[in-house]
Design a protein around this ligand. Structure first.
Ligand SMILES: [Cu+2]
Length: 115
């Protein structure tokens, strides 16, 4: 939640149009067409890592469309589960990953590996 709160603070002073363009951390993908909120099974996707913040346990990923949850291709920040070893990931890596959705409705990366 620390990341989300930080993002909210940073975005707080920006006009609405700028917020719409900003990080997907604040964006509730679940409102997108095709999203099935009731199904909480892990969702898999692929993408390219843009940056890794091992201290914050976040990665910025440009991911391919994830049809299972109705996401288009996009670039976004993900929080990463405790079990994921970010030391093995670096900018430019092509990865596959699985997502799980927390009680707050935010998807996080549950597993991630180079491909
Ligand atoms: Cu996204």
């Amino acid at each position: 939640m620390k990341t989300i709160l930080f993002a909210a603070a940073v975005l707080g002073g920006l006009p609405a149009a700028a917020m719409a363009e900003s990080s997907h951390i604040m964006f509730d993908h679940s409102t997108m067409a095709g999203a099935k909120h009731e199904e909480e099974a892990a969702v898999s996707g692929t993408g390219t890592v843009n940056s890794v913040d091992a201290d914050a346990k976040t990665v910025n990923v440009t991911h391919e469309p994830i049809a299972a949850i109705g996401w288009p291709a996009m670039t976004m920040d993900f929080a990463v589960a405790e079990g994921v070893d970010l030391a093995t990931l670096e900018a430019g890596a092509s990865v596959s990953f699985t997502l799980t959705r927390g009680a707050d409705g935010i998807y996080i990366i549950e597993t991630e590996q180079a491909r």
